[in-house]
Design a binder for this molecule. Structure first.
Ligand code: NAP
Length: 312
């Protein structure tokens, strides 16, 4: 008999029928509440909270196969207490997200959006030696707050641009250091020495609000801040204030604390490039993410261990 499974409806076009054999799928749109029922698996998007109430309403649930590498939308403690497995989609989105991070770095360093706006406005009067002067990357310092899969992939792209790399992580990364010349420092030094600071830590109780008024003040005047990890690592109002005051040079963000809402002061702040959470948005990557989420479900429902468990 086919297993009753709830799957985010937005993944439908990314999955092939052959991947869905033996599953009796109810497609659940992002704007619908999580229903009560006898589903044995759920494949949510990162925008759906799955916690104690949902577990109570789905008493036969065996696995939450999150379609994202971050899993801050799942109550892990409640899941573990009920013996429900939680999986994510690590690895397959690393390179796409690192590319997008670089798109932001280059866009801000070289004032791409201001240039596009100037041309579009019809106000461009021709080449000028002091027009839209940006930051020369060569010889500058890229700081990685978090150097796991994505942080390191961002770092590996940096040497050809002539950037020096500093990073923080809970554990040292000797191979990454050998490969790129990166140096592990403490957070204070990272903040003080980075010309570009790129955030790659997950959202956890320890990292929430890590970038706030006090830490922003410790960053170099004119530095560029990039965030393609999770929005709540930054206190958005403090970031807006730092940009307004001209302390921070620019900010490039893909993620926000309360998506799709963006703090109005941040939306209005100068020198930002604000993207709509598209870090992993290439067709190949999104297909792989959906595939891994479903493979985790298939594996667990056929009595095998999950491929990419969040905890073991
Ligand atoms: P990862 O491999 O787990 O790397 C996380 C890094 O953060 C590791 O270096 C880890 O240190 C460090 N870290 C964790 N907790 C920390 C703490 N409390 N203080 C300091 N450092 C800490 O994760 P990943 O695959 O690179 O993904 C990173 C995040 O990116 C995900 O959690 C996700 O939220 C986000 N993401 C966003 C998009 C997007 O669309 N914008 C796409 C993909 C991922 P250790 O190495 O020592 O453990």
């Amino acid at each position: 008999m086919a297993h009753p499974v709830l799957v985010a409806a937005e993944l439908k076009n990314l999955l092939e029928p052959t991947q869905l054999v033996d599953l009796d799928i109810t497609w659940l749109a992002a704007d619908q509440p999580t229903p009560k029922g006898d589903w044995v698996a759920i494949v949510p998007l990162l925008s759906r909270w799955v916690g104690g109430t949902e577990f109570k309403n789905m008493p036969r649930l065996r696995i939450v196969a999150n379609c994202a590498v971050g899993y801050n939308n799942v109550d892990l403690v409640a899941a573990e207490m009920r013996g429900i497995l939680v999986t994510n989609t690590p690895g397959v989105l690393t390179e796409a997200t690192a590319d997008l991070t670089w798109a932001l770095i280059l866009a801000l360093a070289r004032r791409l959006v201001e240039g596009v706006d100037l041309v579009r406005s019809g106000q461009w009067t021709g080449w000028h030696p002091e027009q839209l002067l940006g930051l020369e990357l060569r010889g500058r310092t890229l700081g990685l707050l978090g150097a796991g899969r994505i942080g390191q992939a961002v770092g590996r792209r940096a040497p050809p641009f002539g950037l020096r790399i500093l990073y923080t992580a809970r554990t040292p990364k000797p191979e990454f250091e050998r490969e790129t010349g990166a140096r592990r420092v403490d957070t204070n030094q990272l903040l003080a020495d980075s010309d570009i600071l790129s955030i790659h830590v997950p959202s956890t109780p320890e990292t929430k609000g890590m970038i706030n008024g006090e830490t922003l003040a410790r960053m170099k005047r004119g530095a560029i801040l990039i965030n393609t990890s999770r929005g709540d690592v930054i206190r958005e109002e403090a970031l807006a204030k730092s940009l307004e005051l001209g302390h921070l040079g620019a900010a490039g963000l893909d993620v926000y604390a309360d998506e799709p809402h963006i703090h109005r002061r941040l939306r209005a702040a100068p020198r930002t490039v604000l993207l709509p959470h598209i870090g992993s948005a290439t067709e190949a990557t999104r297909r792989k993410m959906a595939a891994i989420a479903i493979e985790n479900v298939q594996s667990v429902l056929s009595g095998k261990p999950p491929l990419t468990p969040v905890y073991s």
